[in-house]
Design a protein around this ligand. Structure first.
Ligand SMILES: Cc1ncc(COP(=O)(O)O)c(C=O)c1O
Length: 424
């Protein structure tokens, strides 16, 4: 069993650092499974295993794998060509949809969430003409120098929340506040009065397990930043089009100054975006002097996949199916862990959820850090053995999609119960 994946990984170890091209993939032990194809909620591996997928490419695949509408649009576009170095109608159509849902004037498409947050921070610094920014402990905004400080996701999993190789002068300009703690934000704002250009936040943390904001936190952040003339950047790379069509901003009824998107808007192809009001966005090249460019920006295949995804999402059923699946599975995890006498806390919002093996509530970096990470890894391993793929790290989240039908969910529910009994 797993012969082919083992062979491939032993070859990969010789040619890729740690055997992979993004670190979290190496967290699947003793070696990652290699994927042959995906269909709906399932992954088919090189070793003949069929897995129910609750990772979904780490968030983008809200329609599940190989959705027919997306497949058709991508095929049609590929027939016409896939890179022109000139604009296409598709980028105008996708931009119009995204801007309408997010009530923003202008957008710049880039190729990843990392590029989006990098541009957003540069833009905020240019607009406010101040160097400091604030981020939150445990939030992850991508793999660039400005924000790789106190970072969650794989950075935390592999013990490098602050990467080597980042100049002190750069890291020193990124201040860290505590999520769900407005006092920690206020004291940084006071300490660095007139030095801070922006606060960047994941409105729901999806990179340190799942940590939703408490009731007044997001509204409070909005009020504080407006009062202090600091820009509020909401990093909705995960939450955009996942919590709702208008993302976390619609869900919590709060508006950011600058929004970053990624994942879902590319329909599973590489993408990122920065959006906001005209007076801010027009500062980007070529209309302004904040530089951004990209050979693959607004790539037509990505735009086609994104557009098809939007059209399916706008019908609404995907959200009800995906949210129902997550709600049921979160409930099962909570009940089953409780019956097994395991210390645990299950957090969920819309179609994202995670179990922490610690007594709740888990509301910030510190409370999440107390969880039994080894137990979580065991949970992941036992599930994988039984054909269910949940993230290999406590610091990621489970996602559901429109393809996670009641039948798939009930089968998963039984397996969750079985595994939690065993973990007792
Ligand atoms: C909230 C958030 N921002 C930014 C990023 C970086 O996006 P990418 O991996 O596309 O560079 C991620 C990736 O997981 C993310 O979750």
């Amino acid at each position: 069993m797993m012969r082919r994946s083992k062979e491939l990984f032993s070859e990969a170890l010789k040619i890729f650092p740690g055997g992979v091209n993004s670190p979290i993939r190496a967290a699947v032990k003793p070696f990652p499974f290699y994927v042959l194809r995906g269909e709906g909620p399932y992954l088919y591996t090189e070793d003949g295993q069929v897995l129910v997928d609750y990772v979904l490419g780490y968030g983008p695949l809200i329609l599940g794998h190989r959705h027919p509408e997306v497949l058709k649009r991508v095929k049609d576009q590929v027939e016409r060509g896939w890179l022109f170095g000139a604009p296409t109608e598709l980028e105008v159509l996708l931009a119009r949809k995204v801007l309408d849902h997010f009530h923003a004037d202008m957008i710049r498409f880039v190729n990843s969430g990392t590029e989006a947050t990098m541009l957003a921070v540069r833009l905020a610094r240019a607009v406010r003409r101040r160097d400091y920014i604030i981020k939150f402990e445990g939030c992850y905004h991508g793999a660039h120098d400005y924000l790789l400080v106190g970072a969650g996701s794989a950075a935390s999993h592999f013990g490098v929340p602050k990467s080597e190789g980042i100049p002190k002068d750069v890291a020193g300009k990124t201040l860290i506040a505590r999520f769900n703690d407005l006092d920690s934000v206020e004291s940084l704002l006071k300490e660095h009065r007139d030095e801070i250009s922006a606060i960047i936040v994941e409105p729901v943390i999806g990179n340190y397990g799942l940590i939703p904001p408490e009731k007044e936190f997001i509204k409070g952040l909005r009020e504080l930043t407006s009062r202090e003339d600091v820009l509020l950047i909401m990093d909705e790379v995960i939450t955009g089009f996942r919590l709702s069509l208008g993302g976390a901003q619609e869900y919590f009824n709060v508006r950011a100054d600058i929004t970053t998107l990624g994942k879902i808007i590319g329909g599973g192809f590489p993408v990122g975006a920065v959006l906001g009001p005209e007076e801010i966005m027009s500062r980007i090249t070529p209309s302004g002097k904040v530089f951004n460019a990209g050979t693959f920006n607004a790539n037509p295949v990505t735009m086609a996949a994104g557009l098809a995804t939007m059209e399916v999402l706008e019908k609404g059923e995907v959200y009800s199916t995906a949210d129902r699946a997550a709600s049921r599975l979160a409930e099962v995890l909570d009940d089953a862990a409780g019956r097994s006498g395991l210390e645990h806390c299950v957090n969920r919002i819309a179609s994202m959820f995670q179990i922490f093996f610690t007594q709740g509530p888990v509301r910030d970096f510190r409370s999440a850090s107390r969880s039994d990470k080894e137990k979580y890894v065991k949970f992941h391993e036992e599930l994988l053995r039984r054909g269910i793929f949940v993230p290999p790290s406590q610091f990621e989240v489970m996602f559901t999609s429109g393809s996670h039908t009641d039948e798939v969910v009930e089968r998963t529910a039984k397996t969750f119960e079985e595994v939690l009994r065993k973990l007792r």
